[in-house]
Design a protein around this ligand. Structure first.
Ligand code: ZN
Length: 147
């Protein structure tokens, strides 16, 4: 008996949820139709807030502290290359912001610090091979640690 009652409650809850969802989509649909029928049909794209259509929205990606290194963590460069060639194509951001410490610039013993051209060449090579600059806008922000 309790099981039947529980089942009925679940069914009622489900019905309630479906009704709520349908109600939501109905009003959304009405708003879209009204917008489409009126003379200022394109007004939603002038509004500063996102509307029911995905036409007034953009997204960007920030990556930071890549620390591409000639001495440490050899997986960083291939990971970053995969990110550029595969992940960015899925996310499709309007902009990628790469902030600070693009390369590691640390000596082998991790105590000293200097710029190694080979680390920057690795970074440039990844951008070139992945052709990520053709997929999105790309901004490097300076701030690599020096001495
Ligand atoms: Zn850092």
């Amino acid at each position: 008996m309790l099981k039947v009652f529980g089942g009925m409650m679940a069914a009622l809850l489900l019905a309630g949820l479906v009704a709520l969802l349908l109600g939501h989509y109905d009003t959304t649909l009405l708003r879209v139709q009204r917008g489409g029928d009126s003379t200022n049909a394109g007004s939603s794209s002038l509004s500063p807030s996102p509307g029911p259509l995905p036409d007034n929205i953009f997204w960007f990606v920030q990556v930071s502290d890549l620390h591409i290194s000639r001495f440490l963590d050899p997986t960083r460069a291939p990971d970053f290359e995969k990110f550029c060639s595969e992940t960015i194509s899925v996310i499709k951001p309007d902009l990628v912001l790469v902030t600070g410490d693009l390369t590691d610039a640390k000596t082998r013993n991790k105590v000293g610090s200097r710029q190694y051209e080979v680390e920057w060449q690795t970074y440039q090579g990844i951008l070139k091979r992945s052709r990520v600059l053709e997929k999105t806008k790309w901004i490097d922000i300076r701030g690599n640690h020096g001495k």
